[in-house]
Design a protein around this ligand. Structure first.
Ligand code: PEP
Ligand code: CO
Length: 461
């Protein structure tokens, strides 16, 4: 049987249709690692290009459809995970525990606010980091800043910080292994609503947040028993037994993304098959830059980080390049403004984007604008600032009649002490106890759940 191939949709292509996965190479690419030998890099990229895609185009399209609902105010995006995944932390427990927190947050939001929650992990590929400074100095030694495990090691030595393209292959295989377990857990019974109590993490079980979660879980149990008693057949209701968890990372190292970009056999469109959702960071969103130039040609849903220095006119221009057809669900704008900037900067951005007619999702990343270096040397964030930015985001959105469509956070399923405050009152001198991130400070389990409860209240208000 011959199936007819639909004509490629011209989304994101230039008027002359000349986009290719390699087109970005003619444009200035910010934040690329300094690979010692370009020939070695190209050899690795060629090998990557022969490996299977990590995700399918159809999955990216499903996510785009769900985000289209969010853009219309009929859903909420929860995007969460590590700042930087680590090659040294690829274990079943760590993946499962991150998933548990995300599932708990999603249940809290769905139940508390009564809206469907679209779940996207910063997971299975979040291995590359942009940096404000090219080098890092410790006493008399100056070395390249840490750019993620897909580039080099974290240890502060010349040997470790030497960029090695073979690491891109390791990043691919780690992503594949992570995604494999996530697919098994989300589709194989672990994410079944009947196991909702088991998502509480043992070490936090007695905390106020976990008890509050337990109450919700008990209410959901009761509602399910009631529906069963009414004769409703819940066994065949797939949404009660499986979860869709999509993957995402910052599309930073463009050679890697190029190698995993494939044509969808069904539509003939290009998709970056390294993850379902890719975002452009605050440092790489330039109109004429290679990151925008690359992502305009792939059909995945795309995020753009929107920092306090964003010029509204330029943002609209970038939206025009990435979403010429004004396709709902194509673009998610992730405001990461810092608590002190939201009320000053966000209103104009919301208005200008609205006037441009792009049906975007507006989400809030309350983490990246609130980072500071503590006297002890640790990079940290105050939970109170994180919450205050989220509150301000909701207020400004509501004030302007824009749906506050999502939250984007850095978290872990471990009991770390990286962000200050929260109900367990992590204080300055606690930071050193369990400061384990290899990049930015993450919310721990209790702080993450607390944020979800407060976010559900904001959504309900
Ligand atoms: C990040 O999300 O880890 C990050 C670096 O964000 P931003 O580009 O917003 O600074
Ligand atoms: Co970060």
């Amino acid at each position: 049987m011959v199936t007819q191939t639909p004509a490629p949709t011209p989304v994101s292509l230039q008027a002359d249709g000349t986009w290719e996965p390699t087109s970005w190479r003619a444009l200035p690419a910010a934040q690329q690692p300094l690979w010692p030998d370009p020939a070695d890099l190209e050899e690795v990229l060629e090998r990557l290009a022969t490996l299977p895609p990590l995700v399918f185009a159809g999955e990216a399209r499903s996510l785009r459809a769900q985000l289209a609902e969010v853009a219309e105010g009929k859903g909420f995006l929860l995007q969460a995970g590590d700042c930087a995944e680590s090659f040294d932390d690829l274990s079943a427990n760590s993946i499962r525990d991150k998933l548990k927190v995300i599932l708990q947050m999603a249940v809290t939001l769905t139940y508390g606010a009564g809206v469907p929650v679209v779940k996207v992990g910063r997971i299975a590929g979040q291995f590359a980091k942009p940096r404000s400074s090219d080098t890092e100095r410790r006493e008399d030694v100056e070395l390249p800043s840490f750019r993620g495990h897909s580039v080099h090691g974290f240890d502060f030595s010349a040997e470790s910080r030497r960029a090695d393209p073979e690491r891109l292959l390791t990043a691919y295989h780690h992503s594949a292994a992570t995604l494999n377990l996530l697919r098994a857990l989300t589709k194989g019974g672990f994410a079944d609503m009947s196991r909702i109590h088991q998502w509480n993490l043992e070490f936090a079980r007695e905390s106020g947040e976990c008890r509050r979660y337990e109450q919700i879980a008990a209410e959901i149990d009761r509602a399910l028993r009631f529906m069963r008693a009414c004769g409703i057949d819940l066994d065949h209701e797939a949404t009660l037994h499986e979860v869709d968890l999509y993957t995402s990372h910052e599309a930073l190292i463009l050679g890697y993304e190029e190698s995993l970009t494939r044509r969808d056999s069904l539509t003939n469109d290009w998709y970056d098959c390294s993850a379902h959702f890719l975002w452009i960071g605050d440092r790489t969103r330039q109109v004429g830059g290679a990151h925008v130039g690359f992502l305009r040609g792939v059909h995945n849903p795309i995020g753009i980080k929107v920092g306090p220095s964003t010029d509204p006119g330029e943002l609209v221009e970038v939206c025009g390049l990435l979403d010429p057809e004004r396709l709902p669900g194509r673009l998610t704008l992730i405001a990461r403004l810092g608590v002190q900037n939201v009320r000053r900067v966000l209103p104009d951005l919301l208005e200008r984007v609205r006037a441009s007619g792009h049906p975007v999702v507006w989400a809030c990343d309350p983490m990246h604008g609130n980072t500071f270096r503590h006297d002890s040397g640790f990079k940290t964030r105050r939970f109170s600032d994180v919450m205050a930015e989220l509150v301000a985001f909701f207020e400004v959105c509501r004030d302007r009649g824009v749906w506050p469509g999502g939250v984007h956070v850095e978290l872990t399923g471990d009991d770390v002490t990286e962000c200050l405050g929260g109900s367990e009152e992590i204080e300055d001198h606690h930071l050193e106890r369990r400061y384990e991130t290899i990049c930015d400070p993450r919310l721990n389990v209790r702080q993450s759940l607390d944020l979800a409860f407060q976010c559900a209240e904001l959504l309900r208000a």
